[in-house]
Ligand binder design. Structure first.
Ligand code: IMP
Ligand code: ZN
Length: 366
């Protein structure tokens, strides 16, 4: 049987000399941070009383915000997505937009939220996300989507425990769709030690762990504790490589365990945890050959998409098309889905490589 597979995923000018198309996957995308302006307009039309303007939920090109301001934006967005039908709608729209950008494999993450005003429970929240994923599958979108439940640091250990229980439940009932947990939220709130027990329990249940670690400076103690789990992937890790004190030991730990890093260039520059693209820690980890995965973090809030992130990395760090290809190919090793899914994706990438490196061909039969 032949399936027509569209390969024109992204056309990128690398330093103006060559053109290539490549396959991409996204492993660090927060649902509510990924809502586009188009979807936001749809939601706002249903809730005119809120009077939330576009600039309150998006950081446009050239603009920056403090991390604190970014978290205020998430708070604003949460006021717009208060019903299970909102969560269903944004899940579908976000998946479609990633698919349109050429993303073939997506691990979406979100914090289960209850809303007393609408009767949305955390369970209903997760169900709405999973229904959104299923709806996209039924529509035949060429994107494989999995889900991670997020623990918001603000909730503390009790909420974290509940989230792990919910994740375990959905892990059992929804096969390979729910794969793990994310630890996120304002990095200046709470302490990683409060989550160790829950995260460790989750790990024993077979859930994978993607943890935001060292997103802000001076968190060596927390970082050491969280790395002790160890996590399956690290979000950002922006200050692991800072010259201060013990960070060299922390880098060694990450390297010893070969823990992949999810790196989000635009998010870090716009959120000001990195001074510039050139100084982004991608350069450090890439040069030593450590596994890194380019991601968007919050494509809606940071007004970006995954092709743009690849573009930026290629331009900033002078990557050749072959290096960009390898970056994408190697990151398949870091996905949380089973080895058979990895093998399928690797086979797909290899099969498409010759076509993708030819600027004239845009589709292939397989
Ligand atoms: P949600 O989990 O789908 O509601 O997505 C928004 C949430 O993701 C925010 O409220 C934060 O808890 C988390 N988040 C998004 N971006 C970041 C980040 O850069 N660092 C830490 N947490 C983040
Ligand atoms: Zn994040």
């Amino acid at each position: 049987m032949f399936i027509k597979l569209k390969v024109l995923l992204s056309t990128v000018n690398f330093r103006g000399t060559s053109v290539m198309q490549f396959l991409i996957r996204e492993l660090h995308a927060h649902l509510n941070g990924s809502i586009s302006s188009v979807t936001m307009k749809k939601l706002m039309a249903q809730k005119p009383d809120l009077e939330i303007q576009n600039e309150m939920t998006v950081i446009d090109k050239g603009q920056k915000r403090t991390l604190e301001e970014c978290f205020q934006m998430f708070h604003m967005i949460h006021q717009i997505t208060t019903r299970p039908e909102d969560i269903f709608l944004v899940t579908k729209d976000v998946i479609k937009e990633f698919a349109a950008d050429g993303v073939k494999y997506l691990e979406l993450r979100s914090t289960p939220r209850e809303e007393k005003t609408t009767g949305m429970t955390k369970r209903k929240y997760v169900e709405a996300v999973l229904q959104g994923i299923s709806a996209c599958k039924e529509e035949g979108l060429d994107i494989d989507v999995r889900f991670l439940l997020s623990i918001d640091r603000r909730g503390g250990p009790v909420v974290a425990k509940d989230t792990v229980k919910l994740a375990e439940e959905f892990f059992l009932s929804h096969g390979e769709m729910v794969l793990g947990l994310d630890l996120s939220g304002d990095p200046t709130v709470g302490h990683g030690k409060d989550f160790l027990e829950s995260l460790s329990e989750a790990r024993q249940s077979g859930l994978k762990l993607a943890l935001h670690i060292s997103e802000v400076p001076n968190q060596e103690e927390e970082t050491r504790l969280l790395l002790g789990l160890p996590p399956d992937r690290i979000g950002h890790g922006s200050f692991l490589t800072s010259a201060a004190g013990d960070s060299c030991e922390l880098v060694q730990l990450v390297r010893q365990h070969r823990i992949p890093l999810e790196l989000c260039l635009t998010s870090n520059v716009k959120g000001q945890t990195t001074p510039s693209y050139k100084q982004h820690h991608f350069g450090y980890w890439y040069i030593i050959g450590h596994p890194v995965v380019l991601c968007t973090d919050d494509k809606g809030v940071f007004a970006t998409d995954l092709s743009e992130e690849y573009h930026l990395a290629a331009d900033t760090f002078n990557l050749t098309p072959e290096q960009v290809w390898n970056l994408s190919y190697e990151s398949i090793n870091s996905i949380f889905a089973s080895s058979s899914i990895k093998l399928n994706l690797q086979a797909k990438w290899k099969k498409l490589k010759p076509t993708i490196f030819s600027p004239t061909v845009s589709s292939v039969s397989c």
